[in-house]
Design a protein around this ligand. Sequence first.
Ligand code: COA
Ligand code: AMP
Length: 630
Amino acid sequence: MSYRDVYSSAQADPESFWMEAAQAIDWVTPPTRALNDDNAPLYEWFTEAEVNTCWNAVDRHVEAGNGDRAAIIYDSPITGHQSTTTYAELQTQTAALAGALAERGVTKGDRVIIYMSMVPEALVAMLACTRIGAIHSVVFGGFAAHELAVRIDDAKPKAIVATSCGVEPNRVVEYKPLLDAAIEMSTHKPDFTIIFQREQAVGKLLEGRDFDWNDAVANATPAACVPVAGNHPAYILYTSGTTGQPKGVVRPTAGHLVALNWTMKNIYNVEPGDVYWAASDVGWVVGHSYICYAPLIHGNTTVVFEGKPVGTPDAGTFWRVIQDHKVKVLFTAPTAFRAIKREDPKGELVKNYDISSLQTLYLAGERADPDTIKWAEKMLNVPVIDHWWQTETGYAIAANPMGIEQLPVKIGSPSVAMPGWDIQILDEAGHPVAPGELGAIAAKLPLPPGTLPTLWNAEDRFRKSYLDHFPGYYETGDAGYIDDDGYLYIMARTDDVINVAGHRLSTGGMEEVLAAHPDVAECAVIGVTDELKGQLPVGFLCTNAGTTRSDAEIVADCIKLVRDNIGPVAAFKLACCVPRLPKTRSGKILRATMVKIADGQDFKMPATIDDPAILDEIKTALQSIGYAKD
Ligand code: COA
Ligand code: AMP
């Protein structure tokens, strides 16, 4: 069948399409219907079925006689470690940790926060939770204690599973003191923690509250897989919105299993047993879906890579990993390739490795710029596929479905809508616009299985953020257009979210931190174009009259404040003081105009600006920190 046929069949009869896809999953109680629209516009899928995620990701492969197959290859150039975990070993480890959690009182529906670096045990922790129906929430290691505390207070976990540290190229990041500080700060307190001690920095355990991972699993009775309802949350993953309060995206169990399994053959074109590598982090949605769940559900071997594309030890690391583990599919963010290209523009290092196992490179997480795509195509000599998705959706909304048919690649476009997605470009009033016209990208409801049914404990916010603006649609927060051939182009965000090295960050959240500085009267944070990271945050500070501190001191304080409150991942290193901020008459800061000034783009003088000098001041301030292009 062609892509067109598959897409049309899913549109014409979604019920049959998804019920058929559901046959690839092992059910405890099979679904009798796919879509549940009883509570529209809130939708669910496979509500009445019963199923277990861990069974489908681990146990069923052992039962089927594939226990000796590699489930996880751990490759850590940063620590010099490599290991392989078979499906049978993964089952033993997962059942043991699940037992350790269950013995300490964690049961179905309880939340467990996971704060771990890139070690195979992070996947064991995720799977152990789903094994007993506990709802995990992984927090990325690059967030500071305060961000962790915010998530603890929102998810109210019974337990936290953490590594003692993470290892970055220039330093060991001690997670345990950050965890202790977060628990100290949060109102909700977990009953206990389980700490996976890493030799680079062993954490100090608090008697009675903190348990050593190895001791806990050694003494645990292995736990069996607990059936949960199809709409039971498998996990919560917090992502950035417009404010500093992150949104808890809920991932429903059954739809997640069905949809992710479907993508492995149809989008990524891999067969069970193939080696699949998503070079991301378990803290992000790409890590959830394509380091952990999808490859394992589908019976692939997944690579857990602890390193960076450059500097661990060099820009040839990715090629070495592909060669050593016979990687068939690599999935990463364009920024990783920009980093490699910058270090090795001629691709000299590629020649040192046999990368013939590589079939396709997939890019997502941010706009894939044409230069990077062309460079990657030339160096790797394989198709380079851009695809577009979000934490909310859990998998690709638009892609080139390589396992169905390879559509012509149009550079600059993540190709076409995947089955189940009816993508429309809308004008401000919610009317579809003509092909080629720019507008808000929205998806007609219901969204396909596996996508978010709501936000954790925040249904109102879910409706306001995604459903209310365009009734009958899900508002993606992205703007773009569709061409005459149905190819989608993602041009910008419609909100204050920026994308730094493939990481989604809230400028509003950073402004909240800056505004708390006693010498800052007003502030704005914008995302400016950066050659390596795609975007970088820049802060503009208006200081209080009469402050005794110098601008340089206030800027330094502010940079430290963001690092301490949000974390190093915010990459907030650029800020400047300005006498005033450009605004609309109603007082809204003209951030889009400021971005255009920074990026050297043409802009219309906003009608609300009485004194054009205000924009010159912005440009001068940007130039003073090396960030205004002509
Ligand atoms: N724990 C603690 N700190 C972390 C961390 C973690 N898990 N991950 C990153 N950090 C820190 C880094 O050490 C860095 O701190 P610094 O300011 O002291 O240098 C900061 O957070 C920013 O990290 P990062 O975004 O990784 O930037 P970088 O400059 O270290 O590396 C790239 C740049 C392009 C090489 C890197 O972003 C990369 O490999 N990206 C790949 C794509 C990717 O993973 N995308 C995720 C979504 S698909
Ligand atoms: P996250 O939720 O962190 O995955 O970020 C999702 C956002 O990243 C999207 O809403 C887009 O703004 C951006 N994004 C993801 N993939 C792409 C892509 N292929 N092209 C352009 N932007 C993308």
